[in-house]
Design a protein around this ligand. Sequence first.
Ligand code: AMP
Length: 280
Amino acid sequence: MIEVDTIAGMRAQVAGARREGQTVGFVPTMGYLHEGHLTLIRRAREESGLVVVSIFVNPTQFGPGEDFEAYPRDLERDAALAEGAGTDVLFYPPVREMYPDGYATYVTVEGMTAKLCGASRPTHFRGVTTVVAKLFHIVEPDLAFFGEKDHQQLLVIKRMVTDLNLKVTVVGVPTVREPDGLAMSSRNVYLNGSQRAAAVVLSRSLAAAREAFAAGERDPAGLAALVRRMIEAEPLAAVDYVEIYSWPDLADIGRLDRPVLLAVAVRFGRTRLIDNTVLR
Ligand code: AMP
């Protein structure tokens, strides 16, 4: 595995692979890698000649007072894990490489970014689409792999790629979970023991919603209320949102008569966790 921290170095690696006619697969991350990230990397390994992984804690997608400084970082451990999962090039630019003095350009997807996580984190997706657009221009991947754990992000990236006529194919990868159902996340390390035990309520409430849907529930408000009741019954959990929108366009719906995304965000102390399921 080759490690590079400059844009020029990254471009040189891809240029070499391109001359050899290799397919380039790309997995953007913020590091502190876990089995979810490694599943994306393995998938990229299966489908690409050159596997590029980026590690960049992107300041523009954190709001004021959020956890940019505190976000867990361990480059040495990440490098070993990334290499073990089949990474060829690890790209970890410093912030000033991506956002030099005078930086002033942002990419914004409108509409669907105002909902769900965009409502509680108003500048978040602007930061995500900006950094992903930049990374796509630097790496020029054929394939890019994103987790369904961040389902709104996946849909927003797909929208950006379509709208800006980017040549990359975006591949969504199912959420990887702990044995008790908690979606793996770098932020899970913030949870203390009792919060970690309580956090299972996210996946349990979504499972209950899937059961109710399978049993014939077709009222989105009823389904959302069921999920909210379950989460609110957990004393350590504070609901940020429980919402249902059509999938994949995230439009408002009156009945569950087409595929929908049921998504939740819940706080445990200062830690905010998200999870989702698609009902069809
Ligand atoms: P992050 O480092 O949290 O920004 O995540 C980088 C990529 O890994 C994103 O595409 C995430 O959706 C994906 N990812 C994070 N956690 C998981 C998970 N538990 N299962 C699948 N993909 C994940």
